[in-house]
Design a binder for this molecule. Structure first.
Ligand SMILES: Nc1nc2c(ncn2[C@@H]2O[C@H](COP(=O)(O)OP(=O)(O)OP(=O)(O)O)[C@@H](O)[C@H]2O)c(=O)[nH]1
Ligand SMILES: [Mg+2]
Ligand SMILES: [Zn+2]
Length: 293
């Protein structure tokens, strides 16, 4: 009996990398086990036997599950966006960040393709998100900007790279771990082929204690797991004003005596930031209204 980690899952086969390192073993799942669990995910730690064939005999308890990308036992979400090509959208970024916050898993923001914008533009975007309370690392695969900082941030962790297609998630993995030589694709290739370059979630072992998962990009984000009254909790820059509103059920929308709205009026919270909150709130409200109609 050995213990390993699922690093890939393809068509009912699971590639299990021994915890102590070495080549992944192609495994199937013991029939009896199949009846007792919903799904086996990349990232899961398992017991397996490897005789002539590999067979997974038990799944170790999960520490965490991320729904999108679907992966287990992650302790850091790296939200990757590009300074340009594709242009970053505040709304899309906010949605990614809200989902990551709601998962309870620590997360940080990487702003890639820094070489495509001026230094001041790069700093402007990064500082905006830093001021909201997020950790931000600017990177460029072209000139290795941020390489050391990113490596250090991920050391000893199992991190997943998530973000829209074409922002350079795979290119960043290659920058940190050139040995894997993963396939990247230009934006125009992605558009003309209508598909993403990375097609599956794959966990890569960096060293004895660090893993990185590369994942396919996505930009359709449904916030249906978020309740309207929870949303403000995922805006760390709102935290100072929360709990001070007249109604303790305040969602900072139409209510009177709202401290968040007051902070917007006095300029402590930028109006543009509040607008993003409202846009997300309305989307979530619509989802909930449809659900309970
Ligand atoms: N100028 C510049 N181009 C970059 C940088 N990083 C990645 N690219 C390019 O951006 C394109 C997309 O990179 P990928 O790594 O395939 O993007 P991805 O996020 O993995 O995309 P999916 O796998 O489709 O989700 C490629 O042509 C890369 O060469 C960067 O820092 N600067
Ligand atoms: Mg990719
Ligand atoms: Zn309020």
């Amino acid at each position: 009996m050995a213990i390993g980690r699922v690093v890939r899952a393809i068509a009912g086969f699971y590639y299990v990398e021994p915890l102590e390192g070495g080549q992944p073993v192609e495994c199937s799942i013991r029939g009896k086990l199949k009846l007792t669990f919903e799904s086996l995910l990349v990232g899961d730690k398992v017991e397996y036997i490897h005789q002539d064939k590999g067979l997974i005999t038990a799944i170790l308890p999960r520490e965490s599950v991320l729904k999108r990308p679907y992966i287990a036992n992650i302790d850091c979400i790296v939200l990757v966006f590009a300074h340009q090509n594709p242009e970053p959208s505040d709304i899309l970024m906010a949605k990614f960040i809200v989902l990551a916050s709601a998962s309870g898993i620590p997360h940080l923001i990487v702003l890639n393709k820094s070489d495509l914008v001026s230094k001041s533009k790069m700093k402007h975007l990064a500082d905006a998100y830093r001021n909201f309370g997020y950790q931000v690392i600017c990177t460029s695969v072209l000139n290795n900007l941020g390489k050391r900082t990113l490596k250090k941030a991920l050391d000893g962790k199992t991190a997943v790279f998530a973000g829209p297609s074409g922002v350079g998630k795979t290119a960043l993995v290659n920058m940190i771990a050139p040995g894997f030589a993963l396939k990247t694709g230009t934006l125009s290739e992605k558009i003309s082929r209508g598909k993403h370059t990375t097609r599956e979630v794959q966990l890569l072992k960096m060293n004895a204690t660090s893993y990185i998962a590369d994942t396919p990009g996505f930009s359709q984000i449904e916030l249906n797991a978020i309740k309207p009254e929870e949303l403000a909790d995922y805006f760390p820059d709102f935290r100072n004003y929360q709990g001070e509103c007249k109604f303790n059920t305040c969602i900072h929308f139409n209510e009177p005596d709202c401290q968040i709205k007051k902070a917007v009026e006095t300029g402590q919270i930028p109006g543009s930031r509040y607008q993003i909150y409202i846009e997300l709130l309305q989307e979530i409200k619509k989802l909930w209204d449809n659900r309970y109609r």
